[in-house]
Design a protein around this ligand. Structure first.
Ligand code: GLA
Length: 439
């Protein structure tokens, strides 16, 4: 009897050892090498851009010195092609000695000294997608321990060169192995992306228990068509994806490519706004040394970051999809606030989209709105008052909205100011002043 009880206790403990690392209560933010630097290992002819400790140190410097860290962009993440082609004599992964001569522990230290965190990449399989040594099931524990010893803060575990059975075992196993190191290590799983991203193959409940974030879909590329295809897939499947996200567990539509070569300024704003609405991790993959002022302003927009980082952690949804090419996205935020993104897929001219808050499912009442790109207040709105937003081709208008409260029953200020007859005085319900990030 007693041993049966013990058995039960053990089973319960095993259940509780699911990922419970307290990390990433809001979507993680930082910088990730892959989209911009790929597998450029040619340090002889391209020393500034090749995958080497110099690149990551340079990006850490920029994150720490150019105002990124204070905004929350704290991860400096290594992707594929960092390792040597061989494990060391003890079977441990080791960095390429020419490109990372000081080693990964030294890089982690460099990053930590600047108040930042280091992320690394591995692949559950025989090889990484780029052909470097993989983490087969028998290596999971060793690799988790190696990363912890180096002082790594996050792991992206890719899924090339493994089958679905190995993935089913390996992703939970790595979660457990990371926990057992005792070091808090954020865990990004590419598992669902290798299983088509949708149930029944993908179990989002389980993912939320073992991973902090997960790649659901294709790799992003530096083009508007790539960004659009990601927006499409995530919106078309939002009924499945949206409930899966929450504090500590995020869908990952992949890196921010704005600041690179493929997106116009309006398209860059669209990526930023929609990633904020989707509660997506914000990993920039660009060159922080040469970023344009326009891209920097978009990526450093405090109000949009605050929407992305809202503590409620509820992922937004597409709530309107019009034949005209206009779509509206909505995300509920803490303190009764919300964000709206009006998005145009049109390719002609700025489109004047007319609607009411009532048509966008807002309940009866008065609201205060702010335009997050122009930093302008929008005149007070009630749910039935039509308004018009002008949306640029492949661009967005983004609003932060909160309810305003009637002060009294039909307060008529006409008696006090004879020329100023107004029935209502409006006062914000939850924010006596505009939220601090808007000031
Ligand atoms: C896969 C991943 C990418 C990147 C590459 C590296 O394609 O989805 O994000 O990590 O592998 O080879």
């Amino acid at each position: 009897m007693e041993s049966r009880v013990m058995g039960l206790v053990l089973v319960l403990c095993a259940g509780a050892s699911a990922l419970d690392n307290g990390l990433m209560r809001t979507p993680p933010m930082g910088w990730l090498a892959w989209e911009r630097y790929r597998c450029d290992i040619d340090c002889d002819s391209d020393p500034k851009n090749c995958i080497s400790e110099r690149l990551f140190m340079a990006m850490a410097d920029r994150l720490a010195e150019d105002g990124w860290r204070e905004l929350g962009y704290v991860y400096v993440n290594v992707d594929d092609c960092w390792s040597s082609m061989d494990r060391d004599a003890d079977g441990r992964l080791q960095p390429d000695p020419r490109r990372f001569p000081a080693g990964m522990a030294a890089l982690a230290q460099y990053v930590h000294q600047r108040g930042l965190k280091l992320g690394i990449y591995a692949d559950l399989g025989t090889h990484t997608c780029g052909g470097y040594p993989g983490t087969t099931l028998d290596r999971v524990q060793t690799d988790a321990q190696t990363f912890a010893q180096w002082g790594v803060d996050m792991l992206k575990l890719d899924g090339c060169y493994s089958n679905s059975t190995e993935q089913e075992q390996g992703y939970p196993l790595m979660s457990k192995a990371l926990n057992e190191t005792g070091r808090p290590i954020g865990y990004s799983c590419s598992w669902p992306a290798y299983q088509g991203g949708l149930p029944p193959k993908v179990n989002y409940t389980q993912l939320g228990e073992i991973c902090n974030l997960w790649r659901n879909y294709d790799d992003i590329e530096d083009s508007w068509s790539s960004v659009l295809s990601i927006i499409d897939w995530f919106s078309d499947n939002q009924d499945v994806l949206q409930p899966a996200a929450g504090p500590g567990r995020w869908n990952d539509p992949d890196m921010l490519v704005l600041g690179d070569f493929g997106l116009s300024v309006d398209q860059s704003r669209s990526q930023m706004a929609l990633w904020a609405i989707m509660a997506a991790p914000l990993f920039m993959s660009n060159d922080l040394r040469t970023l344009s002022p326009e891209a920097r302003a978009i990526l450093q927009n405090k109000a949009i970051i605050a929407v992305n980082q809202d503590p409620l952690g509820t992922q937004g949804r597409r709530i309107v999809k019009e034949k005209s090419g206009v779509e509206v996205f909505w995300r509920p935020l803490s303190q009764g606030a919300s964000a709206l993104v009006f998005f145009s897929r049109r390719t002609d001219m700025p489109y004047r989209y007319k609607t009411t808050l009532g048509q966008l499912n807002y309940t009866a009442g008065h609201y205060q709105a702010y335009d997050l790109f122009s930093s302008q207040s929008v005149p007070s709105l009630s749910e039935s008052v039509p308004f018009t937003v002008s949306i640029n081709p492949s661009g967005v208008v983004m609003w932060y909205i909160y309810p305003a409260k009637l002060l009294g029953e039909e307060q008529d200020l006409g008696g006090v100011y004879p020329n100023f007859r107004r029935k209502y005085r409006l006062r914000p319900q939850n924010h006596p002043q505009p939220p601090p990030f808007l000031l």
